[in-house]
Ligand binder design. Structure first.
Ligand code: ZN
Length: 280
């Protein structure tokens, strides 16, 4: 447990939430969902700084005053994913390596999320894999075998407002990443799809963003069900562009070819593809 300078902080649960979300510095989180706490004494000053950092993250909704008032406390309890907002991990390590990024396998055992039917859950999982795979060179592939998949999702009883959590990619092709979705929540198809996309993007290596036009905002907004501009840029930075570019469509018209360094490329008429001359 964290202990506090007594009488200063009564709001133990809120402070522990801030700790789990990585708001204390130096942050001792390693990017994994933290549910236990170190035996560290935190002063009132430390706590105020942590509260202020949290308010800064949500500055469009909260006043930044370092006070753990009712609005901030209620906000901490709102529906969110339980991956730390502040992740101490080198950006370059928080990704799948190039040599395995084309075939990251993903399995799920989410059939106990009520009141959804199995087929709705299966569809949400497949839709999320597809929408993430199309934005960059990383490919998420459906996998039946729960013991073999790179990313495996299951249900569990999670505390507070937590909807789900995921481990983050860590630069290794062999580490299997676990995800948990809260079975004690009431789910809708749209909510599940949003949360699956959010958690899978964590498993791709992405952290949270304070930008509200983003599916990686730590609280569920109900506005997005696929990666937005911020996420697409993060994915492209890590994995490069998707191989399935629009020029691969069957409608494209080849108007010639050219040879560069002994390799032959087709020249595609821009009016038949994505508006730019392509060499494929
Ligand atoms: Zn999250």
């Amino acid at each position: 447990m964290i202990t506090y300078e007594k009488q200063d902080i009564e709001d133990t649960i809120s402070i522990e939430q801030l700790w789990a979300l990585g708001y204390f510095s130096p942050c001792e989180s390693d990017g994994m969902p933290t549910v236990s706490f170190g035996s560290v004494v935190k002063s009132k000053k430390d706590c105020r700084e942590a509260v202020a950092k949290y308010q800064e993250q949500y500055k469009t909704e909260l006043i930044i005053d370092g006070e753990l008032g009712p609005v901030t406390k209620e906000h901490l309890d709102s529906r969110k994913c339980w991956v730390p907002d502040r992740i101490v991990q080198a950006e370059s390590q928080s990704a799948w390596p190039r040599n395995c990024m084309r075939s990251i396998t993903c399995s799920q055992r989410l059939h106990r999320l009520r009141p959804l039917e199995d087929k709705d859950i299966d569809n949400a999982w497949l839709e999320a894999l597809t929408s993430i795979s199309k934005v960059s060179g990383l490919n998420l592939i459906f996998e039946e075998d729960h013991e073999e998949s790179d990313i495996f999702a299951d249900v569990g009883n999670l505390s507070n407002g937590t909807l789900a959590w995921s481990y983050l990619a860590n630069g290794s092709c062999t580490t299997r990443l676990e995800q948990k979705y809260n079975r004690s929540k009431t789910w809708s198809k749209e909510l599940l799809l949003e949360v699956i996309v959010h958690e899978l993007l964590h498993a791709c290596g992405l952290g949270h963003t304070s930008g509200t036009n983003s599916i990686m905002h730590p609280t569920v907004t109900g506005r997005f069900t696929e990666p937005q501009a911020w996420e697409i840029k993060q994915m492209l930075d890590r994995y490069g562009p998707s191989k399935d570019t629009p020029s691969d469509t069957p409608n494209e018209r080849k108007v010639g070819n050219l040879t560069i360094d002994g390799k032959q490329y087709d020249i595609i008429d821009p009016s038949s593809s994505n508006g730019m001359w392509d060499f494929v």
